[in-house]
Design a protein around this ligand. Structure first.
Ligand code: MD3
Ligand code: FE
Length: 213
C-alpha cells in the first residue's frame, strides 16, 4: 500500500519502532467493551495475583480467551483454566477480536488473531512496575492494548531495564499496538491518580490482546 505523503492519519502517533498509539480508536465501542468486561468478571472475577516473590499485585486482573496469564508462587505463565473458578476462562468476545484485528491492521500488523486477553483493573493508588511481556510463545505477534476509564501515565523504555524511559498519557478509548522491535520493550503504569470517569467511576481498565500460544 502507498504510504500517504501527508501527515499520518488523524490520531495515529508513532511511539517507537513498530509501536503506535491510535487515539480514541476504541471510543465508539466503549459501551460494548465495558459490557463485555462485566460479563467476563461475572464468571472470572478480578483478583489480586501474587508474584513469584510473594508480593500481591495492586492491580486486579482477570482474563478471557483460550489461555489466561496468571502469576503465583510457582511463577508467571499462561493457563487454560482460571485458578479461581476452576473452569476455562470466558471466550474472547467478538468485540475484542474485531477491535484487535482493526487496530493491528491500522498500525501495520495485519492478520492479528489473539487467543488471550489479560484485563487489568486499576484503582487510584495502584501501579504496574516496569516489566517486559515475555511469557508468550512467539514475539513476532504484536500486542494490542486498550485503555478505558480514568487516564494513566504509561511509561516505556527499551530492551534493557536500564534504558531511558518515556512517558505517554493514555486516555479512555486510546489503543496502543506494540510490534516489531518494540514488542519486548520494558513498560509500566505510574500510580493512578484520583478521579471519576463517567463510565467506570474511580477505575481504569486495560485490555491487552495477545497471541499467547
Ligand atoms: C509495550 N499493561 O498487562 S498496556 C500488561 O496499561 C501491561 O495495564 C499495561 O503492561 C496497562 O502487561 C500497559 C501497554 C503495553 C502492553 C504490552 C506491551 C505496552 C507494551 C508489550 C511490549 C511493549
Ligand atoms: Fe505488560
Amino acid at each position: 500500500m502507498q504510504q500517504s505523503l501527508f501527515e499520518p492519519e488523524g490520531g495515529k502517533e508513532a511511539l517507537a519502532s513498530g509501536a503506535a498509539v491510535l487515539r480514541g480508536f476504541a471510543a465508539k465501542r466503549e459501551s460494548a467493551l465495558l459490557a463485555a468486561i462485566r460479563a467476563i468478571e461475572a464468571r472470572s472475577p478480578f483478583r489480586h495475583m501474587v508474584t513469584p516473590g510473594g508480593f500481591e499485585m495492586s492491580v486486579a486482573m482477570t482474563n478471557c480467551g483460550t489461555a489466561g496469564w496468571v502469576t503465583d508462587r510457582a511463577g508467571y505463565r499462561y493457563q487454560s483454566t482460571d485458578p479461581v473458578s476452576g473452569k476455562p476462562w470466558p471466550a474472547l468476545p467478538a468485540t475484542f477480536l474485531d477491535l484487535a484485528d482493526e487496530a493491528a491492521t491500522a498500525a501495520g500488523h495485519p492478520g492479528f488473531v489473539p487467543d488471550a486477553c489479560l484485563i487489568n483493573r486499576y484503582e487510584p493508588g495502584t501501579r504496574l512496575s516496569l516489566h517486559q511481556d515475555k511469557d508468550e510463545a512467539d514475539y513476532a505477534h504484536p500486542i494490542v492494548s486498550v485503555s478505558l476509564g480514568l487516564p494513566a501515565n504509561f511509561q516505556f523504555g527499551g530492551p534493557k531495564r536500564s534504558d531511558p524511559v518515556r512517558r505517554v498519557a493514555l486516555e479512555h478509548g486510546d489503543v496502543v499496538v506494540w510490534g516489531g522491535p518494540s514488542r519486548l520493550f520494558h513498560h509500566g503504569v505510574l500510580t493512578l491518580k484520583n478521579g471519576e470517569h463517567p463510565m467506570t467511576g474511580a477505575r481504569r481498565f486495560n485490555l491487552t490482546l495477545r497471541r499467547a500460544l
